[in-house]
Design a protein around this ligand. Structure first.
Ligand SMILES: [Fe+2]
Length: 321
């Protein structure tokens, strides 16, 4: 994400604060961390994930000043909202337009903090459009901000930029069960049982929950009265490239410009392949390097095929209710 290495058409905001972790962060560890076991996932499913971590209780990320700066940045970025089949108004690629947003999303302090929470060494997502995703409430009162879904990335935090106490409705919600359970309920035409829907009480701007986004089904409710609701979602990848990655080229192509998705996805896969080799280490014998090189080659070949063959996707979600 060098200043000189950005897609065409993205300009830096003309005026914004410099991100300063000493001033803008107010990281506080969450009191409660729920596990995938608590959600009903079985041992086999959990073994395929980097950790048993599911979701946190609400915790603080930004200071009052940090939240005010991010709100100012988000107001400036609102001119760049786009729509997709799930979300009426979102800004993606904001890290190419705002240095403040970019530096917050790449912050080493925040990344270390999120690694501590999840129990897995993390890095900011290597697909830049998965950094600092911004949701803005639809203009129509009552319309959901985002439908029930799981993320096409592994770990993320969802943070309120606006004050959730200043509006009616607009809750972030997650389902305290498995995604297979949600799929079966939707298939049968049943609503999700209310007693398993959790609406974390967000006390103010700059507060968040972190989740294993591909395993926790979640949605964002619409406002019940006119108002402003903006949230930021920042994505992470595991530092260990041997662990599973959930990136979906086909899904990303439905929400972001295809030529940018292609470049970002190709770079992401190349980066992970490079990591596989580096993680083999200086002490490994040649057998380990032969295996790592073959795995890297297979992954790169698979990525090329995915890019080559992806053309008929639809956005996956579980609907509104
Ligand atoms: Fe999500």
């Amino acid at each position: 994400m060098l200043d000189s290495d950005r897609p065409e058409g993205f300009e830096w905001l003309a005026s914004e604060p410099d991100f300063n972790p000493a001033i803008h962060l107010a990281l506080e560890m969450p009191d409660v961390i729920e596990s995938l076991t608590d959600f009903g996932y079985n041992a086999e499913q959990i073994a395929s994930c980097p950790s048993d971590f599911a979701v946190t209780s609400v915790f603080r990320v930004l200071s009052d000043e940090g939240a005010a700066c991010l709100l100012d940045v988000c107001h400036q970025l609102e001119a760049f909202t786009t729509s997709n089949a799930r979300i009426e108004r979102n800004v993606r690629g904001g890290a190419y337009r705002s240095r403040f947003l970019r530096d917050l999303c790449l912050s080493q302090d925040v990344t270390a903090f999120m690694s501590d929470i999840s129990g897995v060494a993390l890095a900011p997502h290597s697909i830049p459009h998965q950094l600092g995703h911004l949701n803005y409430n639809p203009k129509q009162v009552g319309k959901n901000v985002d439908k029930w879904h799981v993320d096409t990335l592994i770990y993320d935090y969802v943070m309120f930029v606006t004050d959730p106490k200043s509006v009616q409705g607009g809750a972030f919600q997650y389902y305290r069960g498995t995604k297979e359970e949600v799929a079966a309920l939707k298939e049968a035409g049943h609503p999700l049982p209310a007693d398993k829907i959790v609406s974390p009480d967000m006390p103010g701007p700059g507060y968040a929950v972190m989740q294993q986004g591909n395993m926790v089904v979640h949605q964002a409710k619409g406002l019940d009265a006119p108002g402003e609701r903006i949230t930021m979602v920042n994505g992470y990848v595991t530092q260990d490239a041997r662990l599973r990655d959930y990136s979906r080229y086909d899904q990303l192509c439905l929400v972001d410009p295809a030529h940018i998705v292609t470049a970002e996805y190709a770079r992401h896969e190349a980066h992970r392949a490079d990591q596989l080799i580096h993680q083999t280490g200086f002490q490994a014998d040649k057998t380990a390097y032969i295996a790592a090189l073959r795995e890297a080659a297979a992954r790169l070949e698979a990525a090329a095929n995915i890019i080559d063959q992806s053309d008929k996707a639809v956005i996956e979600h579980f609907g509104d209710e």
